[in-house]
Each structure stands twice: as structure tokens, then as C-alpha cells.
Design a protein around this ligand. Structure first.
Ligand code: PGA
Length: 248
């Protein structure tokens, strides 16, 4: 696990954007699995801008969604589908054939899981997964208590996830379940990038990075990942006690 700490979110976003664009330059058919939420917003804007400035060819890149709210239509601005289209796919002119996202309105959620598992296998696995962290230490919708051996699955959302998740929607929504990559896919991704910004993430970041690895804090599993990159702004890093982490 490598931890990079930046003065602010703009510096963090610039660095992550460079990593993402570099991967596409080196591997034009790279497979990205991307989170939504507040944490990566500036990063995605920086990545789109950099890709345009450098005129990088994204036409062979594959994109997979990390998760989706069950019961939320794709047209809802709070859906992960809408978020990724608006912030990445439309600005970069990504074709639908390059994109594979969950459908939170599907009648058969189990087949959504099977199809996503098959799709990832067909692509040869995930090269670069970008995740945020929930206030309870979740990654994707892998909530506290999750078993490490799960792949794509339907998750019952923790009460705090149901509450915090309201911030993405214009009116109150019922958020009981989510579709998500499991911890197995997280561990198998060739690189996992965890992004956290803001002081509200300081306590949970300290617990998952410096505490015991435990399924009660799902993001702590990244301590065991061979190639996990943790990008923090100074505020999110402010609870860390181990000064050797302050490497950048
Ligand atoms: P956020 O969400 O980026 O909006 O803070 C992160 C998460 O809950 O995984």
C-alpha cells in the first residue's frame, strides 16, 4: 500500500488524473472500474481536461461501474449511471460499447451480478479500480461485516449509507440495497486507487489505514492489496499517527 498526501484536493486530482491518462497511453484497452460520489468529482474533471489537452485516444478503453443504487432509474441525476455519463463518458465521447454499468431497476438483480462477473472475466480482469470510502469504512457497497470472498452481489445498505446517500438526490429516496463489486474483485484488480478528501474522512481513514485489517472496516482490506494507492488530501490525512506516511 502506498499513501500519497497532497496539500489539497486540486493537487490530489491532478496526480490521480495523470495516473489514469498515463495508463491509457501505455495500455489503450485498459479496463477501468470507477466509483461515483463526491470524492472523485475533481479528479474526473481533471482527467477529462488532461485527456483532451494531450489528445489521448480513449476509443479502446473499457469502463465498468463500481456500484449502483437498487431502485433508482438511470435517468435520475443521483444514479451512478448518470454521474459517470455526465462527468466522463459524454465529455470524452465514450461509446456505449465501451461501457458496462449496473441497472438498478432490473427485475432480476441476480442476473445483473452474473452478467457483470462474466463481463469482467471476458475483459481479462480490472486494471485500475478507483474507490472512495464511506463514513463507516465501506468501499463500493461492501458494508461492515461483508465476507471477503464475495464477487459482484446485491448488498443490504447500512443505515448510515442510506442516510448519507440522500445527499446525491434532489428529493428523499428509498435506498435499501445496492449492486456492487465484491472484495474479491477489489483484491484482484491490478491497481486499486482509494481517494479521500476533507476532514470528515480523517477518522475513518486513520482506522482503516493504521488499524487492524477487519471485515468490520471493509476498506482495511487494502492493506493486503499488492498494489493499492491511497490518495489523501491533507485534511483527510490529518488523523494519521504514523509520520512515515507523510511521503509526498
Ligand atoms: P463520497 O462517498 O465520495 O460521496 O464521500 C464515498 C462512499 O460512500 O463510498
Amino acid at each position: 500500500m502506498t499513501i500519497r498526501i497532497f496539500e489539497d484536493d486540486a493537487a490530489l486530482a491532478a496526480d490521480v488524473a495523470q495516473e489514469m491518462v498515463k495508463l491509457v497511453q501505455e495500455k489503450p484497452d485498459a479496463v477501468f472500474c470507477l466509483a461515483t460520489g463526491e470524492s472523485p468529482m475533481r479528479t474526473y474533471a481533471a482527467m477529462v481536461q488532461l485527456a483532451k489537452e494531450k489528445d489521448v485516444d480513449f476509443s479502446s478503453v473499457n469502463f465498468i461501474g463500481l456500484d449502483e443504487w437498487v431502485g433508482i432509474p438511470r435517468s435520475n441525476p443521483g444514479s451512478c449511471y448518470h454521474f459517470l455519463h455526465e462527468r466522463i463518458f459524454q465529455p470524452l465521447g465514450i461509446q456505449e460499447s465501451q461501457i458496462y454499468l449496473f441497472d438498478g431497476m432490473a427485475a432480476d438483480l441476480q442476473s445483473q451480478c452474473t452478467r457483470m462477473n462474466d463481463h469482467i472475466a471476458q475483459l481479462g480482469g480490472i486494471d485500475w479500480m478507483l474507490v472512495g470510502i464511506g463514513m463507516n469504512g465501506h468501499i463500493g457497497f461492501n458494508e461492515p461485516g461483508i465476507s471477503w470472498d464475495k464477487r459482484v452481489h446485491v448488498a443490504d445498505l447500512a443505515p448510515i449509507t442510506q442516510t448519507v446517500g440522500q445527499k446525491y438526490f434532489q428529493s428523499e429516496m428509498v435506498l435499501k440495497q445496492g449492486l456492487t463489486m465484491g472484495v474479491q474483485h477489489i483484491l484482484e484488480a491490478r491497481t486499486v486507487a482509494l481517494l479521500a478528501n476533507g476532514v470528515r474522512k480523517a477518522a475513518i481513514i486513520q482506522s482503516v489505514l493504521e488499524g487492524e485489517v477487519s471485515n468490520l472496516l471493509p476498506a482495511s482490506v487494502l492493506q493486503q492489496h499488492a498494489n493499492a494507492l491511497v490518495f489523501l488530501d491533507r485534511e483527510a490525512a490529518s488523523g494519521l499517527k504514523n509520520s512515515c506516511f507523510f511521503t509526498t
